[in-house]
Design a protein around this ligand. Structure first.
Ligand code: NAD
Length: 261
C-alpha cells in the first residue's frame, strides 16, 4: 500500500519504541516523515530510518513541553517536507512510585509530557491544518492506563485519562472542519519503557527477576503475547487513512484483548 504518498507526517517520540514503528510504517507507505524527540540521537535515528526505508525522514530535537519549541519544530518540518497532514502525539514518559514517595516533580513530569505535550502538539498541528486547508488527522497515544489506573502510577494514569478527554474535546471542536482526532491505547508493547516497567514494578511487587513480571503479565493477555510497535503502527496508519474519514473522538485499544472496554 502507498496510502500516504507525498504526504508529510509528524511523529513525536519517533526515534525509538512505538514511535519508531509508527514513523517506519508511514515511511513505508510513501510519506515524508518528521520524527521529533527529546533524545540527542534523534537526528541519527532519522538517518537510520531513512536508510532503512528509502523515504525522506528528518529528525528534530524537541521537548514537547516547550510551546515555543513545538511551534518551531512544526515550522521546520513544514519548511522541509511541506504541509503536514497527519500528526501523531506519541512521546511519553512513565515513573513508578508508592503514593507516599511520589514527588511533585514526578507528577508534573508525567502530566507535562503525556498530557500538556500532546495538547501543545495538537494545537500547533491544528493551526497548520487550518492555514493549509488540510483535513488533517491527529492521533494521540494514551494507554491501557487511560482505561483503568494501575498500582503505583496514579500520575501516569491521570495523564493518560487526560489524553482521552482532550482528544474528545478537540474532536468535537474540529469535526465540522473534517479534522479527526482519535486516541489509541496500547497494552503491553515491548520497548525500553516496558523494560523499565519490568524492572521497577518487578522490584516493588515482589522478588521478580529480569523479564519475569513481564512474562507473568503477558500470560494474562487473552492472546498470550506482548504486542509490537508495528501492530500499534497498523492502527495509527488506519486512523490516518482515507478509510477512517468518518471516525473521530474515539479511543481504541491495541492490546491483544487485555482490556475489553
Ligand atoms: N510500551 C508500552 O507497553 C506502552 C503501553 C501503553 C502506552 N505506551 C505509550 O506509548 C508511547 C511510546 O512509548 P514507548 O514504549 O515507545 O516508550 P519509549 O520510552 O521507548 O519512548 C518514549 C519516547 O518519548 C520521547 N519523549 C519523552 N519525553 C519527551 C519530551 N519531553 N519531548 C519529546 N519527546 C519525549 C522519547 O524521546 C522517546 O522517543 C508513550 O506515550 C507511552 O506512554 C506505551
Amino acid at each position: 500500500m502507498n496510502r500516504f504518498a507525498g504526504q508529510a507526517v509528524f511523529v513525536t517520540g519517533g526515534n525509538k519504541g512505538i514511535g519508531r514503528g509508527i514513523a517506519k510504517r508511514f515511511a513505508e507507505e510513501g510519506a515524508k516523515v518528521a520524527i521529533a524527540a527529546i533524545e540527542k540521537d534523534t537526528l541519527e535515528a532519522a538517518a537510520a530510518l531513512a536508510n532503512e526505508t528509502g523515504a525522506e525522514i528528518i529528525g528534530l530535537a524537541l521537548d514537547v513541553t516547550d510551546a515555543k519549541a513545538v511551534r518551531e519544530a512544526y515550522a521546520e518540518a513544514e519548511a522541509k517536507l511541506g504541509a503536514i497532514s497527519v500528526s501523531v502525539q506519541n512521546a511519553g514518559v512513565i515513573t513508578i512510585a508508592k503514593v507516599e514517595n511520589l514527588t511533585e516533580r514526578e507528577w508534573d513530569l508525567n502530566l507535562d509530557v503525556n498530557t500538556k505535550g500532546v495538547f501543545l502538539c495538537c494545537q500547533e498541528a491544528i493551526r497548520r491544518f487550518r492555514a493549509s486547508g488540510m483535513k488533517g488527522r491527529l492521533i494521540n497515544t494514551a494507554s491501557g492506563q487511560a482505561r483503568q489506573g494501575f498500582i503505583y502510577t496514579p500520575h501516569y494514569a491521570a495523564s493518560k485519562f487526560g489524553v482521552v478527554g482532550l482528544s474528545q474535546s478537540l474532536a468535537k471542536e474540529l469535526a465540522r472542519e473534517g479534522i479527526t482526532v482519535n486516541a489509541i491505547c496500547p497494552g503491553i508493547i515491548h520497548t525500553e519503557m516496558w523494560d523499565y516497567n519490568d524492572r521497577v514494578w518487578g522490584q516493588m511487587l515482589g522478588e521478580y527477576g529480569p523479564g519475569e513480571l513481564m512474562a507473568e503479565w503477558v500470560e494474562g493477555i487473552p492472546m498470550g503475547r506482548a504486542g509490537t510497535p508495528a501492530e500499534v503502527a497498523a492502527l495509527v496508519s488506519f486512523l490516518a487513512s482515507a478509510d477512517a474519514a468518518y471516525i473521530t473522538g474515539q479511543t481504541i485499544n491495541v492490546d491483544g484483548g487485555l482490556i475489553m472496554s
